[in-house]
Design a protein around this ligand. Structure first.
Ligand SMILES: [Zn+2]
Length: 224
């Protein structure tokens, strides 16, 4: 999960309270969420939904409220359903959702599991970690098992991009300018607009040398 800055004002169509997913809402959500599912962090998923963070249950106010509209892929939306309706809010400007849940990437493309770990005791964090674990590791149905394996491969591919830069940075004969370039490339991977940035963030957080250097590029940062 990544921190989302709701930088766009409420789209005009919402005031009419007729449709919550008009084109202007899609355009604004695409910008705010960087075309990413806020749960699994897939960019440009095949199937995307305008989701109500708090289920509206017929309430017009919640149904057309800009701050209640999120962007999630069909798969995450399906896994979330009603069971996970009290999650950490990635749009909360006070809450560092990245550091609240540890995301560890798979070590190989076909790894059976990746690790998701709540770093706080509260119920919202626990529930959010449980949902993320299901999203990335679910074997509840054959279909979910296949799509989770596909998702883990995509996370691995992104991790591999980081690994390439780490190799360059820690090369014993790397020049200063090569190290600096690797750091700049790692910053790109840490951006909220990059896929699976929470996984990349945690690799960097856990690194004794790069963690302190890149601390300000992780979690609650200004949208770039
Ligand atoms: Zn998703």
């Amino acid at each position: 999960m990544f921190n989302v800055v709701r930088s766009e004002p409420a789209p005009a169509s919402l005031a009419e309270q007729r449709k919550y997913d008009s084109e202007d809402v899609w355009i604004a959500l695409n910008k705010v969420f960087h075309k990413k599912c806020y749960i699994c962090e897939t960019v440009n998923p095949l199937d995307i939904n305008v989701e109500h963070f708090i289920p509206h249950e017929g309430s017009g106010e919640l149904k057309y409220k800009w701050s209640n509209l999120y962007f999630s892929c069909g798969r995450c939306n399906n896994i979330k359903l009603a069971k996970y309706d009290d999650l950490l809010d990635c749009c909360d400007p006070e809450l560092d959702v990245v550091r609240a849940i540890k995301h560890s990437p798979p070590l190989t493309p076909y790894a059976k599991k990746l690790q998701i770990e709540a770093c706080r005791e509260d119920e919202k964090t626990q529930l959010t970690a449980e949902l993320l674990d299901r999203v990335f590791n679910s074997e509840h149905t054959p279909n979910k098992a296949v799509t989770a394996a596909f998702l883990r491969q995509k996370v691995f591919n992104q991790y591999n991009l980081l690994f390439t830069q780490l190799t360059k940075y820690y090369d014993p004969v790397a020049l200063d300018e090569e190290k600096a370039l690797a750091v700049e490339r790692i910053k790109l991977l840490l951006k909220p607009s990059s896929p699976y940035s929470a996984f990349i963030s945690w690799c960097v957080i856990e690194d004794d040398e790069l963690g302190p250097i890149l601390r300000d590029f992780i979690g609650l940062v200004e949208d770039a």
